[in-house]
Write a new protein. Sequence first.
Length: 414
Amino acid sequence: MNTRGKRVLVGVGAMSLVAASLAACGSDDARIVPAEKSLATVTLTPEAGHEKAPLSTEVGITVEGGEITEIVMRDEGGGDVAGRLRDDASSWVPDKPLKPAMTYTVNVTAVDERRIPNKVETSFTTMAAPKKTVEPRIWNEAGYAYGQAMPVMLDFPEDYEVPEKYRDDVERRLFVTTEPAQAGSWHWFNGRHLEYRAEEFWVPGTTIDVHAALKGVPLGRGEYGAKDMKRTISIDKTERVIEVSNKDKEMVAKKNGEVVKKMPISLGKSSTPSYSGTMTIMEQLQSTVFDTTAQCGGRVMGDNCYRTPVDWAMRLTWSGQFIHSAPWSVGDQGHRNVSHGCVNASAESAKWVFNFSRVGDPVVITGTEEDLPYGDGYASYDLDWDEFRQGSYLPDTAKQADADTDTDTPDTED
């Protein structure tokens, strides 16, 4: 593995050289030639004797003039600690969070071009169990095949924001691998919510493995991540896209690139326009009630304060835009916009789209008076790739996974 000009190999096995002994039999000038010193230099962090290390501590490794042949980490009882190198070989990551108030010893062996070894050791002690923890969660569920525009989503509690100075540390502990491999990046929409997506829509049939190794990660103000989480997320094998045109007042359903159905619709009237943008179906509700009366003291009054039962509803935004059945506007569908921002369809069309689609399917709306506000919904794919990557707190070189590399992730402890 070549990383910034440094050759780093793991799992090769420790190499040792025995110093050559040269002796003239029966001669008075018999002598021993001392072993040559290795030209490989190894620097480890934490430094020896470091105390109160976080439970998420990784062993930083810098190698010059050689390559690693062995890494051994043990706890104070002599038990081996499993782990592996990061892709960029910048550190060695334990598979599980370290134990509180435990001393760990790390031995790293590197050899130079002549295979002469240099063995370096460090030891450190972890902090006591944190008293204040913050519990994040992964939104996506296992066991459901999402549409191709579904981002991986991680949230912190609503009353909590990760301070900016700690967001890069959090992001570095979020491991994502995909099959097939696809470039991807995280994006912080705010200090509580971040999303991960591929450069393009996910390839149909993709499997996404997520390991949020956040237990013990410092979050500032004496708070630490509460747990590690691991989730396998599936993308459906069928490619579906819903396209909505304000110009044509039409909704088009496509399957694997082919048009399968066209339906007349009505969008938001000029005072309450629908948003244009690339949205994602967030949830599907066979029946629900749209209730906006809170802004009117709980009363139904005026055009914007209503309580209306609807069927076949598919949420597109947090702010309340849906695709749904609207039998009251069938005469307007295909001709004029009369809704409060939703995509109105006939009962027959709305039910068909509801059964055709899945949570995570992309819905692309064009030609309306307003663009989708930043972060309103599962809005990752409404940003172009460069814009999306700017929401990462990692250096550019770390934002995009190498699509040719199948990276293992550490085991998890829920």
